[in-house]
Design a protein around this ligand. Structure first.
Ligand SMILES: Nc1ncnc2c1ncn2[C@@H]1O[C@H](COP(=O)(O)OP(=O)(O)OP(=O)(O)O)[C@@H](O)[C@H]1O
Ligand SMILES: [Mg+2]
Length: 340
């Protein structure tokens, strides 16, 4: 079938979907970073895209937002193909995004960063801007007021005049969201918004994402490694591994999905996690070399974090094991202290 035929057929089938990927593929040399992906996003939903590092999640966002063009297949937004469209056209259609590595104008204030986003929706051309016509000034004032409202929405109005670079990390992530919202999107794509956040920041982010959907009616498409965020927010979850979709479904289905557990934990899945945790504890007790333990610790903490929710049983078992071990250690210490 030709691309146009695919597009027509899918537009007909895809009514009711805000975004639809049909066999979306991009090949870099020998690597199919996104490989024959089919996906549907309903307007008004919160959908997550998860998967291990290098799975192709960000690349999928890059296809959706026009940074790359699919080498095969299509991505439709409201029935129109985004393939080959410039990023600003796609933004104009109503897709906005944040980036995995924060991309703010660091030497501009928080307010100015949001105003940049808002300018996507302005009418004044270069003539009006150069000669600062009355209509241009009116529009600038409107942009500033709108941008202040977006700062207020994400809880940063008090920081309007602070340099973006001076804001704490979690606040910079929220500022990026404000800038994305300022383009009046129908679909907002968030690439790991909770990355680097502590627990209370990420809980606040949860609430913010819900408000984006519930109060603003904007559809949310979320890439996230923090499984607590994913499992509590996403109504539907797609899982990528090596470019391919390996699972899709609601949270309960994804948590129990063997292919997902295997993708996150590798061969041996949950058992491997328990074994690693055991090793770490053994190292803490001095039964194995501590230099191995340092490396081991990183792996274990990563796995527990990635899989929190996904392998809840395994994690609980391991953590209670760890708690037992900790208890024994502290008992031993108390005994020692008593003796002393
Ligand atoms: N422009 C490019 N040229 C070549 N390879 C690329 C390009 N962009 C991405 N890739 C490769 O595509 C694969 C998927 O990368 P991508 O960044 O999409 O992964 P990801 O799922 O977002 O991972 P992470 O969770 O680490 O952010 C990786 O192997 C990456 O090296
Ligand atoms: Mg990524």
């Amino acid at each position: 079938m030709t691309a146009t035929a695919v597009e027509k057929q899918s537009a007909a089938e895809g009514q009711g979907y805000l975004m639809q990927a049909i066999n979306a593929t991009i090949q870099f040399g020998g690597l199919r970073a996104v490989d024959s992906v089919n996906m549907n996003i309903k307007a008004g939903s919160i959908v997550a895209l998860i998967g291990p590092n290098g799975a192709g999640k960000t690349t999928f966002f890059n296809l959706l937002t026009g940074i790359y063009t699919p080498t095969e297949g299509e991505i439709l937004f409201e029935g129109r193909s985004v393939s080959g469209r410039k990023t600003h056209i796609i933004a104009d259609w109503g897709i906005s995004r944040t980036f995995q590595n924060i991309r703010l104008f660091k030497e501009m204030t928080a307010l100015e960063n949001v105003m940049v986003g808002r300018h996507v929706r302005t009418k004044s051309g270069p003539f009006a801007a150069t000669f600062r016509t009355a209509s241009f000034k009116r529009e600038e004032k409107q942009i500033q007021e709108d941008s202040e409202r977006w700062l207020e929405f994400v809880g940063l109005l008090d920081h309007a005049n602070d340099l973006a670079s001076s804001l704490p990390y979690g606040a910079q992530r929220r500022l990026e969201i404000a800038r994305a919202l300022a383009t009046d999107p129908k679909l907002i794509c968030l690439d790991e918004p909770a990355a680097g956040m502590n627990e209370s920041e990420s809980a606040a982010l949860d609430r913010l994402i819900l408000r984006i959907r519930d109060e603003l009616g904007i559809t949310v498409f979320l890439i996230e490694h923090d499984m607590k965020v994913v499992m509590s927010l996403a109504e539907y979850i797609y899982v990528l591994d090596f470019g391919k979709l390996i699972a899709e479904g609601v949270a309960a289905e994804i948590q129990a999905h063997p292919a997902v557990i295997a993708a996150y934990l590798g061969e041996g899945g949950a058992e491997a996690l328990i074994e690693k945790r055991r090793k770490k504890k053994a190292a803490q007790r001095g039964e194995i070399d501590a230099s191995d333990a340092a490396a081991e610790e990183v792996v274990v903490e990563e796995l527990v974090m990635d899989s929190d929710g996904l392998v809840m049983v395994a994690a609980e078992e391991t953590l209670s094991e760890a708690a037992d071990a900790d208890e024994k250690t502290s008992e031993n210490n108390e005994e020692k202290n008593d003796v002393a």
